[in-house]
Design a protein around this ligand. Structure first.
Ligand code: BDP
Length: 732
């Protein structure tokens, strides 16, 4: 083996340059350690259940949990018991017997009052407010035995509670004297997969689709169960399994039966299946001449189609619809409104308790019109017009999942409409699966923003929870970053974004720091000398990415084709990146104040004033709302130009620091994942520098100012950076 390795090194060093050589060495090293040590590959996500090595803690856990007492045989209860048994075996090396009685100290009693007499006898007052998914974990004496009780009103709640108890051990918390009362703050906590029937994933960077359409429904990949376990462990209770740019075919019987097979696998884990519905499906697969939502034949077609779906999937969640957006068909094709389109589908779903999630991501790509204003203009007027089983789903910001956007002005503006927030977990604009960018701080930024819709404290979290207006249904969606890669998400750290989305969907007030802490301990190591520095980097990582990509409120200046790498200079048919930054000899940024496009008008007065005034605008949103002179003095005392350069450079330095930190953690991480992250950080550094150098040189052609002292001039010319092309998925 050693000889082959040496020969290969010799060969590569003679044939190809040293950077490539370094890569090959890293890869080979990775392979070597992997074959030698049977290293982890990330498949187990945060459910690794590695042994607790701390002896006293382990003894303590073992004395608290010795057996499981539960009655009933629902699939969800069995899933909960199985998970506890697998988890405790891994963590504590104990095989927990499953018994019916509470006869020893150390019994873990699991049940609902309606299916378990011992739980019913406890008369647990806490259960009254817990709804269908909440749970209670409580240390109690029963029959003079010390017990831990996981109680809920449903078996799904028991499953959630079981994951919580396991998490306490995985993160080394005490499990004595427990009193944990939990319930989700948002009802529909849904992943949106942008998966196509041909197995590709739109904006997916972790391999191909998980769904094996060809072999479904007969072959059920075991991964489907592991997917469901992972989701249940963080409280995700819905999945839209196909792309918003939908194919009508997914509504044909053939595909519905496949979807039904997936629904059967997911059901025990509390996960409902949803489908995207192509608005023109009545024409494409129904043989009708129109898809006009007011046409009686069309109405009937959807009703029959929905009835058919419920025959295969009795707990089908409903439809997600992208209509009249980016070329997708919709009600406007028939001069009908979004509300008329959504309500027609809602009527078909209502008898089955299904919902319509109607996306608000619509815009006309017309020069001179401010895209940031369009969704509001389109939808605000329909407030109050949607049926009670419709949720309107805007993205977090008004343009499109940019590294940083102000919040979407529809939040707060549609008090009579149930608004479902859409985040993007897949990092379309944040470095794909190459850059380490922890998104929880971004989720938090949106959720904690105050819209002032009903005075101070009208946060987006409250609106999405449905609390601000006491809505019936609440929901949140995350565009999934999951694919067929062995570690699910491509970058080992991208798993944290799936994890964080689930935890924040359950509780939008949860702290990104606690979530990162839990995730790192469960996914990598509980060693504080690993957790502390890595967590610190994770928490700052999104800001670093903003700094080296689109600082100070810049947006949409990526390569317009691939959405990867810098492209403030880019032009493709119909698109010009310049429209998004408007750099000129005078300054930079888009005037959206009352003197410009007046997008600020769409916000409530407190927010409007703050954004409208250059003195009160938060610097991180400055260029989103203002066209600012190059010499403008920033709050730091620097000129805009200096601040821009400084920020770009600081973003790259931060990545370099992380590289050093990571190198120092070699002994604390399993070898394969160490090497993977090391390589990815090196790529991230290279690309961050590409972003910085290309952007700074480009904006310099407008500012005509030198780099501030101490900043190294980019190694190459602007032309060089403009020419760099990333391989595109469409390359053949
Ligand atoms: C954009 C993506 C595009 C999606 C669209 C959407 O580039 O692939 O179809 O969002 O959300 O960001 O519908």
């Amino acid at each position: 083996m050693y000889k082959i390795f040496k020969d290969l090194l010799w060969w590569t060093s003679h044939r190809i340059g040293s950077i490539f050589l370094l890569r090959v060495v890293l890869l080979l090293l990775g392979l070597l350690v992997w074959t030698k040590s049977n290293a982890e590959n990330g498949y187990d996500l945060w459910l690794r259940y590695k042994p607790v090595h701390e002896t006293s803690l382990k003894n303590n856990y073992q004395s608290v949990i010795k057996q499981i007492s539960a009655s009933g045989n629902s699939a969800s209860l069995i899933a909960a018991i199985t998970e506890l048994q697998i988890g405790m075996k891994g963590l504590l090396n104990v095989s927990l017997p499953h018994v019916k009685t509470v006869n020893v100290n150390g019994t873990l009693l699991l049940g609902t009052p309606s299916t378990n007499a011992a739980i019913a006898r406890l008369n647990l007052a806490e259960l009254k407010d817990l709804g269908k998914e909440g749970y209670l974990i409580k240390s109690l004496q029963i029959n003079r035995r010390s017990c831990t009780v996981i109680a809920s009103n449903t078996d799904i709640g028991l499953l959630y509670g079981s994951y919580h108890l396991l998490r306490l051990i995985q993160t080394r918390h005490s499990i004595q004297k427990l009193l944990i009362v939990e319930k989700p703050k948002i009802q529909l906590r849904v992943l949106n997969h942008w998966d196509n029937l041909n197995g590709t994933v739109e904006r997916g960077y972790a391999g191909s689709s998980l769904w094996d359409w060809q072999r479904l429904p007969g072959y059920l990949d075991p991964r489907y169960t592991d997917y469901a376990r992972a989701n249940a462990s963080i409280g995700i209770n819905g999945t839209v399994i196909n792309n918003v740019n939908a194919s009508a075919k997914s509504l044909t019987k053939t595909y519905l039966l496949k979807a039904a097979a997936l629904a059967d696998v997911f059901r025990p884990y509390g996960i409902k299946v949803y489908l995207t519905a192509r608005f023109s499906a009545p024409i494409e697969i129904g043989g009708l001449k129109t898809a006009d939502p007011l046409d009686p034949e069309v109405i009937k077609w959807w009703k029959l189609k929905v009835d058919e779906i419920y025959r295969y999937i009795p707990d089908f969640g409903g439809f997600l619809v992208k209509a009249n957006s980016e070329g997708q068909p919709g009600p406007q094709d028939y001069k009908r409104s979004h509300a008329e389109g959504a309500n027609m589908m809602a009527d078909a779903l209502a008898p089955h308790n299904g919902v319509v999630m109607w996306r608000a991501f619509v815009y006309e790509n017309i020069k001179g019109e401010d895209r940031a204003k369009q969704a509001y203009q389109e939808f605000k007027k329909f407030d109050g017009d949607f049926k009670s089983n419709v949720l309107l789903q805007p993205k977090n910001g008004p343009i499109d999942f940019q590294p940083r956007e102000p919040f979407h002005p529809l939040f707060g503006a549609m008090s009579k409409t149930q608004l479902m927030l859409e985040f993007q977990i897949t990092q379309e604009y944040l470095g794909f699966a190459t850059h380490l960018v922890y998104l929880a701080p971004m989720f938090k930024e949106t959720l904690s923003t105050d819209t002032y819709a009903k005075g101070k404290g009208s946060t987006i979290a409250k609106i999405v929870e449905g609390k601000l207006e006491s809505h019936q249904i609440s929901g949140i969606a995350g565009v999934a970053n999951i694919g067929s890669d062995i570690n699910w998400t491509g970058h080992p750290f991208a798993q944290s974004n799936w994890y964080a989305f689930g935890r924040m969907a359950w509780n939008p007030e949860a702290s990104p720091e606690t979530i990162a802490d839990d995730w790192l301990k469960m996914t990598f190591s509980t060693d504080p000398s690993f957790v502390v520095p890595v967590k610190e980097y994770m928490l700052a990582s999104r800001e670093h990415a903003v700094h080296y990509m689109m600082p100070l409120g810049l947006n949409h200046i990526m390569n317009l084709g691939t959405h990867y790498g810098p492209g403030p200079w880019d032009k493709i048919p119909g698109w010009n990146a310049h429209d998004y930054h408007l750099a000129d000899a005078e300054g930079l940024g888009v005037d959206r104040t009352d003197k410009g496009s007046n997008a600020v008008e769409q916000y409530f007065p407190e927010v409007r004033q703050k954004y409208n005034d250059i003195k009160s605008i938060p610097p991180e949103l400055l260029l989103w709302f203002h066209h600012v002179p190059w010499k403008y003095r920033m709050p730091t005392g620097k000129s805009l130009w200096e601040e821009l350069v400084y920020t770009y450079y600081s973003g790259v330095s931060a990545v370099e620091k992380m590289q050093n930190t990571w190198d120092g953690l070699k002994d604390k991480v399993d070898p394969l994942r160490f090497v993977q992250v090391k390589q990815l950080l090196a790529e991230q550094q290279r690309e961050a520098a590409w972003w910085r150098d290309g952007s700074v040189l480009y904006f310099q052609t407008y500012s005509k100012m030198p780099l501030p002292q101490g900043f190294k001039v980019p190694a190459q010319s602007l032309e060089h950076y403009k020419q760099i092309k990333m391989p595109d998925r469409t390359d053949k």
